[in-house]
Structures are given as C-alpha cells and as structure tokens.
Design a protein around this ligand. Structure first.
Ligand code: FAD
Length: 292
C-alpha cells in the first residue's frame, strides 16, 4: 500500500471515536463601525450552531479590553465564548488578573498561546512558552477552563526542527491542554501526518484543523509569510493569475477551501475552526456547500 494511503487510513481509524467540533474565530474590533459589523456577523454565524466562538488577543495585552468586551458581547448573544490569552510580554500577575476577570464573567473555555512580541518590544514577560502558560492556568484555576492550544502541521516558523516542534507541542498536552486548533494549511497530507505523529508520541487529544477561507490573495500571502503557512504553488499561481479580479479570486478560493474542508471531514477530522476575519459571508458559503 502507498505510504500516503496508509497514512490516510490510519488517520481515519484514529479519528472515528471523536465528536466533531465547529467553531469561529473573531478579532476584537477597534471602531464603532467594526463593533456593529461584528454584532451582525456573530448573530449570523451563531445560527449555524457552533460549539464556541473565540476572540483573539494582542500579545502583551494590547487588545486586553477589546478582547474582554468582545467576549462579553458574544456571551450576551447566548454563545459560548473562548478568549485567546497569550503570555508573551505579560507578568504572572497580569495573567492572573485576566483569568480572574474571565472567571467572574462565567467563561469556561480558553485558547492559550505564547503569542508574538510586536517588533521593538523588549520585555518578553515571565512565561516564555505556551506550555508554561497552560501550567500556570492549571495551577491557578484547576479544571475550571477547557484549554485549547495551537498546533502547526507545517511546523512553527521558529522551531528548531519539525520533531522539536512536535515535542514542544506535547509539552502543552502534558501541561493539561484539552484539545488543539491548527494554524491554517492547504495541504491535507501535512495535517494527517502531523496528527498521526502526535498519536505515535502518545497524545490523545482532538487536533481541529484551522481553516482560512481564501478571498483576498494579497492579504493571504502577507499572513502566510508571517506565520509560515504554505500556499501551495498551484494555488498561488492561479490566484496570481486572476490579478485584481476579486470575483474570480473569491470563486476559486471558496472552491479550494470547500474541497479542503470536505476532504478533512471525510477523513474524520474532529471538526473545523474558521478564521472568519469578522466576516460571515465566506464561512457561511463554505458551510452551506458542505451541507453541515
Ligand atoms: P509555543 O507553543 O510556545 O511555541 C512557540 C515556538 O517555541 C515554537 O517554535 C515551539 O517549537 C517552540 N517551543 C515551545 N515550547 C518550547 C519550550 N518549552 N522550549 C523551547 N522551545 C519551545 N497570536 C496572538 O498574538 N494572538 C492570538 O489570539 C493568536 N491566536 C492564535 C490561534 C491559533 C489557533 C493559532 C494556531 C495561532 C494563534 N496566534 C495568536 C499565533 C501564535 O501566538 C504564534 O504562532 C506564536 O508564534 C506561537 O504561539 P504558540 O502558542 O504556538 O507558542
């Protein structure tokens, strides 16, 4: 049997037991207009019945209030909110205050990250890596929070090697992470292989694929250069070929992303986490096409 097929079958076998989780990610809007738009987006996507909606957090606490307000807004809509929290650039005491604030708000779900220091920032904070943040959350709050962490099927850009990165991912699982959400990717083999390798290392948590709908090539290329997610050559060349034809980019991008989701779910992926960029349209279209 070809190795890729063996990989695929092994992945399908291992995932059969998991319940699927669908979730949507937002960033805290900065303007009144952005807040009003997110209000509509959350209401619209909420009708799809996600397990939770997560809200990003600027490293060093730059969006601390914005994240908190957006989480409150999502809870007011009646949905489960999962704030992201990152440790870089923060002290233990600042992190403790944030955790207490969320406990008081009735939040039970977190996405725990290291974060990236904005350029020019010097103080890295008291916790260096996300595994230390997960340990801190468990030490401070026990099992109050369901804790998600980040995973990188195509390897984190700063990792010494792919293997070192998997072992570092395992540190987060051993520290008490309940499940993981991946960086976005367009290469399903990277994901299947990553999940298989993690299981070989004894990790038994759901690793939910992060999905970035393709709607804007320049923006996607910028994000991908920054976070190390690969845009396969054939996709990049097609998108470049459309130039400024936004409709063509959108149509092709939604086809590619829908096929990606379809393949992942057919193979037994334990759900999907959509990076919505605060827009309902692309995610709803993919959702309808998948007939979820
Ligand atoms: P870590 O798991 O700490 O890993 C960072 C690097 O250090 C990796 O190269 C790893 O191999 C290495 N490493 C880890 N542990 C150790 C160790 N103990 N010793 C030595 N090396 C180690 N960023 C934000 O600022 N705000 C957000 O809201 C946000 N949300 C995200 C959501 C998801 C689902 C994902 C996938 C990413 C998100 N990010 C966010 C980006 C993330 O903060 C960056 O990718 C960051 O560079 C790494 O964060 P991490 O939690 O994966 O770090």
């Amino acid at each position: 049997m070809a190795p890729a097929l063996r990989q695929y079958i092994s992945f399908m076998e291992s995932q059969k037991k998991r319940e699927r989780t669908f979730s949507f990610e937002f960033f805290p809007p900065r303007t009144e207009e952005g807040k009003a738009a997110l209000h509509h987006t959350a209401a619209q996507l909420g009708q799809l019945g996600p397990r939770f909606m997560s809200v990003t957090f600027g490293a060093g606490g730059s969006t601390r209030e914005g994240t908190f307000e957006t989480v409150r807004e999502i809870k007011n809509h009646g949905f489960e909110a999962a704030p992201h929290i990152s440790c870089i650039g923060s002290t233990r005491d600042q992190l403790r205050q944030i955790l207490r604030g969320y406990m008081a708000l009735g939040v039970r779900h977190l996405v725990a990250l290291r974060g990236d220091l904005p350029s020019g920032t010097v103080a890295a904070g008291e916790l260096r890596y996300a595994n230390e943040l997960v340990e801190f959350i468990r030490a401070e709050t026990g099992t109050h929070f369901y804790v998600e962490v980040a995973a990188y099927p195509e390897t984190h850009p700063q990792a010494a090697s792919a293997e070192a990165d998997r072992l570092n991912f395992r540190r987060k699982v051993l520290a008490g992470a309940d499940s993981a959400i991946t960086q976005y990717f367009y290469n399903t083999d990277a994901y299947f292989r990553f999940v298989d390798d993690c299981e070989s290392l004894g990790m038994d948590i759901a690793i939910v694929p992060g999905i970035m709908p393709i709607t804007n090539f320049k923006q996607l290329a910028r994000f991908s250069d920054a976070c190390g997610a690969e845009i396969p050559r054939w996709i990049r060349r097609r998108l470049e070929g459309y130039g400024d034809d936004i409709e063509a980019i959108r149509a092709f991008g939604l086809d590619v992303t829908t096929e990606l989701c379809d393949r992942l779910l057919a193979a037994g992926a334990p759900g999907l986490h959509f990076y919505t960029l605060n827009r309902a349209g692309p995610t709803s279209t993919i959702w309808e096409r998948l007939a979820l």
